[in-house]
Write a protein that binds this ligand. Structure first.
Ligand code: UDP
Ligand code: MG
Length: 335
């Protein structure tokens, strides 16, 4: 990386965002021109069904710094981010949402901390989440708390995907082979010199959130199961504890019979023990299932996403990122 000429990549997953593209570009261009000698905005069309892709093509034709790759269907934001990291060519990469909830004004500060104070990772911290409901805020808080208790790479609360990563962090992320892409966990796993910049998170510019309660629940489960084996191991302890209690109870029962004679009515205690063990077993089998299901997915080794088209010369079969030059679809395939 030379001192004067470096390149910043913005990667933006988009799913049916035709109303947000233009305002996003309008706000981003002046900021980027002001703080980076070279830059690219790389959109990942995550299987949009509106005219998002058509708009991306037009934007790319007008300005070769705006590039895109397009998935054959919806593969999810995490897959889109991975595709973005793979195709980004910059010396630093910033993932952003297109709905202007990640304020572009923060980028110069991210860049400053990276260039001048040599942080490898600078993430935005939401100082407030006014638009999220109280329920969403509390569950998010509970999730971070639990995650950080049971994993070895704690993630900062209230940090999203909005962050700047240096090339070496990006290269680490690209080496991780897993299909379960819980990106927030992976960012933290990579390590390196990291800092946070607080900001106010504004409301969505247009359209509505693409994440339902159910999607978020599964997302949280992916995070926990992908980064901790404690849910799997805790059963040995619970099992041992319950077995000990059962043993004590047996002693009490036997002693009761020996001292007080035979005691026929035992329906209530019998029932509660049977139900309790039944529930425990189902729960532990369910947790085994969570891991086995993910093992199954990893073992199949399917690609994370399928590209349908892109503004690049076709190189989707190549494993790593910066194997092609910046600029748009007219790029000759040399190097
Ligand atoms: N997104 C995506 N694929 C999905 C869901 C969302 O690419 O399956 C994109 C979406 O277009 C947006 C970003 O991810 O650019 C964040 O989505 P959203 O604003 O709906 O999430 P929230 O801000 O509510 O967390
Ligand atoms: Mg949003």
């Amino acid at each position: 990386m030379s001192e004067i000429s470096w390149n910043l990549s913005i990667i933006v997953p988009v799913l049916n965002e035709s109303d947000s593209l233009e305002p996003f570009i309008e706000q981003m261009l002046p900021v980027l021109i002001g703080c980076a000698p070279n830059f690219e905005i790389l959109f990942i069309d995550d299987g949009s069904t509106d005219d998002t892709l058509a708009q991306l093509k037009v934007l790319n034709r007008q300005d070769a710094r705006i590039r895109y790759v397009s998935f054959s269907r919806n593969f999810g934001k995490e897959a889109a981010l991975t595709a973005g990291l793979r195709h980004a060519t910059g010396d630093a990469v910033v993932p952003m949402d297109v709905d202007l909830q990640d304020p572009p004004e923060l980028i110069p500060e991210f860049v400053r901390l990276w260039r001048e104070e040599s942080f490898d990772m600078v993430y935005g911290v939401r100082a407030s989440r006014p638009e999220d409901s109280a329920a969403k805020r509390t569950t998010a808080k509970g999730f971070y708390h639990l995650f950080n208790r049971i994993t070895h790479s704690p993630i900062p609360g209230n940090a999203g995907d909005y962050r700047l990563m240096s090339r070496r962090v990006v290269d680490v992320l690209l080496q991780l082979p897993e299909r379960n892409r819980f990106m927030k966990g992976l960012y933290a796993w990579a390590g390196f010199k990291t800092t946070g910049v607080p900001y106010q998170r504004p409301s969505r510019h247009a359209g509505e959130s693409k994440f339902s309660f159910w999607k978020l629940w599964n997302f949280a489960l992916d995070g926990l199961v992908g980064f901790s084996t404690i849910p799997l191991r805790v059963w040995s302890y619970i099992g041992a504890g319950v077995a000990l209690l059962a043993f004590l109870y047996i002693v009490v029962l036997v002693a009761g019979v020996l001292i007080g004679g035979r005691d026929v009515p035992g329906y209530a205690s019998l029932m509660s023990v049977v139900l309790f063990f039944g529930g425990m077993q189902l729960l532990s089998i369910g947790i085994l299932g969570e891991y086995i299901a993910r093992l199954f997915i990893e073992v199949k080794g399917r690609p994370l996403y399928v590209l349908q088209e892109s503004s690049e010369p076709d190189n989707s079969h190549l494993p790593a990122a910066h194997d092609h030059v910046v600029s748009g679809h007219t790029t000759p395939e040399h190097e």
